[in-house]
Unconditional design. Structure first.
Lengths: 114, 110
Protein backbone atom coordinates (compact mmCIF):
# COMPACT_ATOMS: atom_id res chain seq x y z
CA UNK A 1 0.00 0.00 0.00
CA UNK A 2 2.03 2.96 -1.29
CA UNK A 3 -0.55 5.70 -0.58
CA UNK A 4 1.09 9.12 -1.10
CA UNK A 5 4.76 9.05 -2.12
CA UNK A 6 6.99 12.11 -1.93
CA UNK A 7 10.48 12.47 -3.35
CA UNK A 8 13.09 13.45 -2.42
CA UNK A 9 12.98 13.06 1.38
CA UNK A 10 15.75 15.61 1.90
CA UNK A 11 17.19 18.37 -0.27
CA UNK A 12 19.65 21.22 0.17
CA UNK A 13 19.57 24.08 -2.34
CA UNK A 14 21.40 27.31 -2.84
CA UNK A 15 19.51 30.58 -3.05
CA UNK A 16 18.26 31.13 -6.59
CA UNK A 17 18.23 27.49 -7.62
CA UNK A 18 15.05 25.85 -8.85
CA UNK A 19 13.73 22.37 -8.17
CA UNK A 20 10.66 20.19 -8.32
CA UNK A 21 9.22 18.25 -5.39
CA UNK A 22 7.44 15.14 -6.60
CA UNK A 23 4.18 13.75 -5.25
CA UNK A 24 2.31 10.69 -6.47
CA UNK A 25 -0.75 8.87 -5.11
CA UNK A 26 -2.16 5.50 -6.10
CA UNK A 27 -5.62 5.79 -4.53
CA UNK A 28 -7.33 7.47 -7.51
CA UNK A 29 -8.04 10.51 -5.34
CA UNK A 30 -9.39 13.61 -7.06
CA UNK A 31 -8.16 16.18 -4.53
CA UNK A 32 -4.47 16.83 -3.94
CA UNK A 33 -2.73 19.58 -2.05
CA UNK A 34 0.66 20.88 -0.91
CA UNK A 35 1.37 22.23 2.57
CA UNK A 36 4.43 23.61 4.26
CA UNK A 37 5.07 23.02 7.96
CA UNK A 38 7.11 25.47 10.00
CA UNK A 39 7.70 25.37 13.79
CA UNK A 40 4.77 26.83 15.73
CA UNK A 41 2.73 27.52 12.58
CA UNK A 42 1.00 24.24 11.85
CA UNK A 43 0.40 23.36 8.22
CA UNK A 44 -0.21 26.10 5.66
CA UNK A 45 -1.79 25.41 2.28
CA UNK A 46 0.36 26.35 -0.73
CA UNK A 47 -1.62 25.07 -3.75
CA UNK A 48 -4.34 22.53 -4.33
CA UNK A 49 -6.08 20.70 -7.16
CA UNK A 50 -9.62 19.35 -7.35
CA UNK A 51 -8.85 17.20 -10.39
CA UNK A 52 -6.58 16.74 -13.40
CA UNK A 53 -6.06 20.02 -15.24
CA UNK A 54 -7.38 22.17 -12.36
CA UNK A 55 -5.19 23.96 -9.80
CA UNK A 56 -5.72 26.87 -7.44
CA UNK A 57 -3.81 28.91 -4.89
CA UNK A 58 -3.87 28.36 -1.18
CA UNK A 59 -2.78 30.58 1.68
CA UNK A 60 0.94 30.93 0.79
CA UNK A 61 1.38 30.42 -2.99
CA UNK A 62 4.10 32.98 -3.77
CA UNK A 63 7.30 31.45 -5.17
CA UNK A 64 5.68 28.12 -6.01
CA UNK A 65 4.06 26.64 -9.12
CA UNK A 66 2.03 23.47 -9.56
CA UNK A 67 0.47 21.48 -12.38
CA UNK A 68 -1.85 18.47 -12.48
CA UNK A 69 -1.57 16.70 -15.81
CA UNK A 70 -2.69 13.33 -14.40
CA UNK A 71 -4.84 12.22 -11.45
CA UNK A 72 -1.85 10.52 -9.85
CA UNK A 73 0.83 13.23 -9.91
CA UNK A 74 0.99 16.72 -8.41
CA UNK A 75 4.52 18.20 -8.55
CA UNK A 76 5.47 21.40 -6.73
CA UNK A 77 8.03 23.68 -8.37
CA UNK A 78 10.21 26.21 -6.60
CA UNK A 79 11.07 28.80 -9.22
CA UNK A 80 13.98 30.59 -7.50
CA UNK A 81 14.65 29.24 -4.03
CA UNK A 82 14.87 31.67 -1.11
CA UNK A 83 15.96 31.00 2.51
CA UNK A 84 12.36 31.74 3.61
CA UNK A 85 11.30 28.60 1.76
CA UNK A 86 13.30 26.40 4.12
CA UNK A 87 10.60 24.14 5.51
CA UNK A 88 9.11 20.67 5.54
CA UNK A 89 6.73 20.16 2.62
CA UNK A 90 3.83 17.73 2.72
CA UNK A 91 1.67 16.51 -0.11
CA UNK A 92 -1.81 15.20 0.71
CA UNK A 93 -4.65 13.61 -1.19
CA UNK A 94 -8.31 12.87 -0.48
CA UNK A 95 -11.23 11.27 -2.26
CA UNK A 96 -12.94 14.60 -2.90
CA UNK A 97 -12.60 18.30 -2.12
CA UNK A 98 -15.16 18.14 0.71
CA UNK A 99 -13.38 19.25 3.87
CA UNK A 100 -14.68 16.33 5.96
CA UNK A 101 -12.79 13.84 3.82
CA UNK A 102 -9.71 12.21 5.39
CA UNK A 103 -6.48 13.69 4.11
CA UNK A 104 -3.75 11.14 3.35
CA UNK A 105 -0.30 12.67 3.78
CA UNK A 106 3.08 11.68 2.43
CA UNK A 107 6.10 11.55 4.74
CA UNK A 108 7.35 14.96 3.66
CA UNK A 109 10.32 16.57 1.95
CA UNK A 110 12.75 18.40 4.23
CA UNK A 111 14.13 21.33 2.25
CA UNK A 112 16.97 23.64 3.29
CA UNK A 113 17.84 26.74 1.30
CA UNK A 114 21.30 28.15 1.96
CA UNK B 1 -9.21 34.80 7.24
CA UNK B 2 -10.24 31.92 9.47
CA UNK B 3 -7.83 31.04 12.26
CA UNK B 4 -7.62 28.10 14.65
CA UNK B 5 -5.87 28.69 17.95
CA UNK B 6 -4.59 25.51 19.52
CA UNK B 7 -3.50 25.28 23.16
CA UNK B 8 -1.31 24.42 24.84
CA UNK B 9 1.56 24.41 22.33
CA UNK B 10 3.67 22.13 24.53
CA UNK B 11 2.65 19.60 27.14
CA UNK B 12 4.94 17.33 29.15
CA UNK B 13 3.24 14.93 31.55
CA UNK B 14 3.83 11.67 33.40
CA UNK B 15 2.39 8.36 32.31
CA UNK B 16 -1.10 7.87 33.75
CA UNK B 17 -2.07 11.54 33.83
CA UNK B 18 -5.05 12.99 31.98
CA UNK B 19 -4.83 15.92 29.58
CA UNK B 20 -6.96 18.12 27.35
CA UNK B 21 -5.96 19.96 24.19
CA UNK B 22 -8.12 22.82 22.94
CA UNK B 23 -8.79 24.18 19.49
CA UNK B 24 -10.63 27.52 19.31
CA UNK B 25 -11.80 29.91 16.63
CA UNK B 26 -14.15 32.84 16.16
CA UNK B 27 -15.30 31.26 12.90
CA UNK B 28 -17.73 28.46 12.24
CA UNK B 29 -16.35 25.33 10.61
CA UNK B 30 -18.27 22.76 8.60
CA UNK B 31 -16.17 19.97 10.12
CA UNK B 32 -13.25 19.49 12.46
CA UNK B 33 -10.51 16.91 12.15
CA UNK B 34 -7.77 15.81 14.56
CA UNK B 35 -4.47 14.43 13.30
CA UNK B 36 -1.46 12.93 15.05
CA UNK B 37 2.03 13.28 13.65
CA UNK B 38 5.19 11.43 14.63
CA UNK B 39 8.72 12.69 13.87
CA UNK B 40 9.73 12.17 10.25
CA UNK B 41 6.22 11.23 9.15
CA UNK B 42 3.12 12.92 7.81
CA UNK B 43 0.00 13.56 9.91
CA UNK B 44 -2.43 10.69 10.30
CA UNK B 45 -6.15 11.27 10.76
CA UNK B 46 -7.57 10.32 14.17
CA UNK B 47 -11.16 11.52 13.86
CA UNK B 48 -13.59 13.79 12.00
CA UNK B 49 -16.51 15.51 13.75
CA UNK B 50 -19.19 17.27 11.73
CA UNK B 51 -22.16 17.97 14.03
CA UNK B 52 -22.24 20.63 16.76
CA UNK B 53 -22.00 18.95 20.16
CA UNK B 54 -20.75 15.70 18.67
CA UNK B 55 -18.57 13.49 20.88
CA UNK B 56 -16.43 10.66 19.51
CA UNK B 57 -14.30 8.21 21.44
CA UNK B 58 -11.24 6.36 20.21
CA UNK B 59 -10.04 4.09 23.05
CA UNK B 60 -8.61 6.52 25.66
CA UNK B 61 -9.12 9.57 23.41
CA UNK B 62 -12.34 11.62 23.52
CA UNK B 63 -13.04 14.27 20.91
CA UNK B 64 -15.75 16.92 21.18
CA UNK B 65 -17.03 19.47 18.67
CA UNK B 66 -18.49 22.62 20.23
CA UNK B 67 -22.21 23.28 19.95
CA UNK B 68 -21.57 26.32 17.73
CA UNK B 69 -18.96 24.45 15.66
CA UNK B 70 -16.29 27.04 16.54
CA UNK B 71 -14.18 24.95 18.90
CA UNK B 72 -13.11 21.42 19.70
CA UNK B 73 -11.25 19.51 22.38
CA UNK B 74 -9.22 16.34 22.63
CA UNK B 75 -9.08 14.62 26.01
CA UNK B 76 -6.68 11.77 26.70
CA UNK B 77 -7.28 9.59 29.75
CA UNK B 78 -4.37 7.83 31.45
CA UNK B 79 -1.77 8.95 28.92
CA UNK B 80 0.89 6.47 27.83
CA UNK B 81 4.36 7.03 26.29
CA UNK B 82 2.94 5.80 22.99
CA UNK B 83 0.67 8.87 22.93
CA UNK B 84 3.73 11.10 22.48
CA UNK B 85 3.54 13.14 19.28
CA UNK B 86 2.26 16.30 17.63
CA UNK B 87 -1.50 16.71 17.68
CA UNK B 88 -3.07 18.95 15.04
CA UNK B 89 -6.63 20.15 14.70
CA UNK B 90 -7.95 21.20 11.29
CA UNK B 91 -11.19 22.98 10.50
CA UNK B 92 -13.01 22.68 7.20
CA UNK B 93 -13.91 26.06 5.73
CA UNK B 94 -16.88 26.83 3.48
CA UNK B 95 -14.71 26.42 0.38
CA UNK B 96 -13.71 22.88 1.33
CA UNK B 97 -10.17 23.72 2.40
CA UNK B 98 -8.61 22.77 5.75
CA UNK B 99 -7.31 25.38 8.20
CA UNK B 100 -4.77 23.88 10.61
CA UNK B 101 -4.04 24.91 14.16
CA UNK B 102 -0.42 25.42 15.29
CA UNK B 103 -0.22 21.98 16.89
CA UNK B 104 0.35 20.63 20.41
CA UNK B 105 3.60 18.80 21.14
CA UNK B 106 2.78 16.12 23.71
CA UNK B 107 5.49 14.27 25.63
CA UNK B 108 4.44 11.47 27.98
CA UNK B 109 7.25 10.31 30.26
CA UNK B 110 7.28 6.79 31.71
Amino acid sequence: NAGVTQTPKFQVLKTGQSMTLQCAQDMNHEYMSWYRQDPGMGLRLIHYSVGAGITDQGEVPNGYNVSRSTTEDFPLRLLSAAPSQTSVYFCASSYSSRSNQPQHFGDGTRLSIL
Amino acid sequence: TQLLEQSPQFLSIQEGENLTVYCNSSSVFSSLQWYRQEPGEGPVLLVTVVTGGEVKKLKRLTFQFGDARKDSSLHITAAQPGDTGLYLCAGGDQGGKLIFGQGTELSVKP
